[in-house]
Ligand binder design. Structure first.
Ligand code: TYD
Ligand code: MG
Length: 450
């Protein structure tokens, strides 16, 4: 349907306006507004008028989602293997390791004789080759690449080659000629993913799409594709550190509460078998400013050391630096610590760190963070076999967090002998762990000798 002449469409984000301006008011792109005709989001392939055939459920067997393991432990844990004709989106920030993870899966599957097609739009075949060589001593002969971004051609290739897995790296580089916008725009990303999904379903060929997410607002990231694909996986972590967490945000063929810890090495991403063990391995016990908490990733408990260092501030505003911890939450907790528990670190430089760069921006880590700061300020170490968890409110009260028994069991497994937690959190006792309940932050700190 043609639109009136005076409609302007942004080629980046597809926002429509009646007035031209140099900058798109939606996505902020410069010079992206073009006068144009509206098109549907996804090209319609069927003509109206033909009816479908309705069927009964008789003789229909329950969908047995048969899946094929990829050989990459983290992917298999979180995804439960590749299902026939399934479409998975792997999202994450640039440089986090998406291509590495999928290249590893491609190598492992191809090594077991599967036919894999790696569609490269993001990087040149030379770059992909360099990565593959780094990851495997020998590139299996059934691992192919397709150096193309044209969607109809990719779909036709899937139809002709029927690979056991097609990897498209990334959706932001796909181009569907009949659609508006540049590659990476919402229309292009949606259309490309929709056409390839249709091909994957039709030919029963699993498809993995890579989606780039940018820190500052993701214009055409996983959100716009979430409803279209069967599963959405997120690979997250701090670029400067080696740990990554893979988790499922949506999963049509299995639970979404699975997660896995990975470690970036020179040989690619390695799945960490025992996250608590791995994350605590470098801990020095008996030093002030160190406290251990238990986070829950999906359904999986993970012990983590929170470290703090306080120092008399120099001239001017005191420094607040945090890794894996939210700086504004740190500011709030420092205020609560001073006002409600009488430990004043407000005028000091404060550095807080979730060891290993793991994301500890979870309120259940509040208590360990504050205990680490109090311990650093008082230069008094905590019992190294003590764990703490609980959310802290502005009144200095401790608030319950989810799955306390799971956290306690994990502390026990890792050789801890006591735990401080919010009052009323658990009625069950865990053998071998001394449970110390506290209603307030002050009580909690007192109970651990601070
Ligand atoms: P990459 O998979 O290209 O990230 P993405 O596809 O998400 O943009 O890789 C990210 C980083 O990983 C890159 O800086 C190089 C590093 N890397 C390793 O440390 N070890 C390895 O074996 C490989 C292949 C990459
Ligand atoms: Mg990449």
């Amino acid at each position: 349907m043609p639109t009136p002449k005076n409609i302007f469409i942004c080629t980046k984000c597809d926002a429509q306006t009646l007035k031209w301006s140099g900058r798109c008011s939606e996505c902020g792109a410069w010079g992206s507004l073009k006068e144009g005709a509206e098109t549907a989001d996804v090209p319609s392939q069927r003509k109206a008028g033909k009816s479908g055939e309705i069927k009964t459920f008789k003789g229909h067997t329950a969908e047995s989602a048969q899946s094929e393991l990829t050989g990459v432990a983290a992917l298999d844990e979180v995804l439960g293997g590749l299902v026939h004709g399934s479409v998975t989106l792997l999202a994450g920030e640039p440089g986090i390791g998406k291509s590495t993870l999928l290249a590893q899966a491609a190598i492992a599957l191809a090594a077991s004789g599967k036919k894999i097609v790696y569609v490269t739009g993001e990087e040149s075949p030379t770059q992909i080759h360099r990565r593959l060589v780094r990851l495997a001593p020998e590139i299996p002969s059934s691992l192919f690449f397709l150096d193309l971004t044209d969607v109809p051609t990719i779909a036709a290739t899937i139809e002709k080659e029927r690979p056991d897995l097609t990897i498209v790296d990334s959706v932001q580089t796909l181009r569907t000629p009949e659609m508006n916008g540049e590659p990476g725009s919402v229309t292009q990303v949606k259309a490309g993913a929709a056409i390839l999904t249709e091909a994957a379903k039709k030919f029963g060929a699993p498809l993995m799409l890579v989606g780039q997410v940018t820190k500052d607002g993701d214009v055409a990231g996983p959100r716009v594709l979430e409803h279209l694909v069967d599963s959405v996986l997120f690979l997250e972590g701090d670029h400067e550190h080696r740990y990554r967490i893979l988790r499922a945000l949506k999963h049509r063929f299995g639970p979404t509460d699975q997660s896995a810890l990975l470690s970036m090495t020179e040989k690619g991403l390695e799945t960490v078998v025992d996250p608590s063990q791995e994350l605590l391995q470098h801990r020095l016990s008996g030093i002030p400013g160190s406290a251990v908490t238990c986070l829950i990733q999906g359904q999986r408990p993970m012990l983590l050391e929170i470290q703090a260092l306080t120092n008399p501030a120099g001239y001017g505003t005191p420094v607040r630096r945090a890794t894996g911890v939210d700086t504004s939450r740190l500011g709030m907790l420092l205020a609560v610590l001073a006002r409600r528990a009488g430990v004043n670190a407000l005028e000091k430089d404060v550095y807080a760190n979730a060891a290993g760069g793991v994301d500890a921006r979870d309120p259940s880590a509040d208590l360990a963070l504050v205990a680490a700061i109090a311990s650093a300020t008082k230069n008094s170490p905590l019992n190294p076999r003590l764990g703490l968890f609980g959310e802290i409110g502005l009144g200095g009260e401790l608030r319950p967090v989810g799955l306390p028994e799971l956290r306690l069991k994990e502390l026990k497994r890792m050789g801890f002998d006591s735990a401080v937690l919010p009052k009323g959190q658990t009625k069950k006792s865990v053998d071998g762990i001394n449970i110390i309940e506290a209603a307030t932050l002050e009580e909690a700190l007192r109970s651990c000798g601070l």
